[in-house]
Design a protein around this ligand. Structure first.
Ligand code: ADE
Length: 235
């Protein structure tokens, strides 16, 4: 899988060298390339934004630098990529979306700042047959200062689902949100010691009775999902 990320703050994407995603890159499972949008600015001030038509607060990102950056990435590859645009106005980026993105061979992520990217950029690339579509995703119902933090979250959620990234011990099949018939959230987890600051690990987990343990975990997951996320699936 290849992921190109375009941003005016390429340093913001440095954490993608660490931890699970960093290891997946080293293992050759994902090829991540970060690009500085300003290198594609066309005027002598390297401008990337301007005031919005119709008035209103903030600035809107200019379509020209985005067109130049995205076209340059497109000419460097043979197959049509999918363009992903993080946006608080996007479709919900949930576990299902993460699984879909993890199956795409080449993803280009366009990180906007300010009030967003001129809408003609999404429209233009959605209508091109040398691109494989445009997806605008929101990572949650809050407004970030830009798409970079959302890109970090989306890349990590997608890359960890690639075969060979997680060991068997932490397989994604058990994750919250990815259960086929179970509660959406996972219940509480415990490790050694059996008592810590007067708090004890529930006896059932020390019983060795796997049927009872499974039933207890299921019940805890359902209780938690009911309390915290009544909007999510729960049998
Ligand atoms: N950019 C600003 N806020 C965002 C959000 N919630 N999700 C994705 N991109 C964003």
């Amino acid at each position: 899988m290849r992921i190109d990320i375009v941003s005016i703050f390429p340093e913001y994407l440095a954490p993608l060298e660490l931890s699970l995603v960093g290891k997946a890159r080293e293992a050759g499972i994902v090829d991540i390339r970060v690009h500085d949008l300003r290198e594609f600015a066309t005027d002598k001030h390297r401008s990337v934004d301007d005031t919005p038509y119709g008035g209103g607060p903030g600035m809107v990102m200019l379509p020209e630098p985005w067109g130049a950056a995205l076209d340059a990435i497109r000419t460097s590859v043979e197959q049509p990529p999918v363009l992903v645009i993080p946006s608080p106005s996007g479709y919900q980026f949930d576990q299902e979306a993460a699984a879909e993105v993890s199956d795409i061979e080449h993803v280009v992520i366009a990180c906007g700042r300010y009030e967003g990217i001129d809408s003609r950029v999404a429209e233009h690339y959605a209508g091109r047959d040398d691109w494989a579509g445009v997806r605008e995703y929101s990572i949650g119902d809050y407004v970030l200062a830009g798409g970079e933090a959302a890109a970090l979250a989306m890349v990590e959620a997608a890359v960890r689902l690639k075969p060979g990234v997680l060991g068997n011990a932490d397989s994604a099949v058990d994750d919250s949100f990815s259960k086929v018939d179970g509660a959406a959230l996972e219940g509480p987890v415990f490790t050694r010691p059996p008592a810590w600051r007067n708090l004890e690990v529930p006896d059932v987990l020390l019983s060795g009775d796997h049927a009872r343990i499974d039933a207890w975990r299921r019940q805890q997951a359902e209780e938690r999902t009911r309390a915290r996320r009544p909007d999510l699936p729960n049998p």
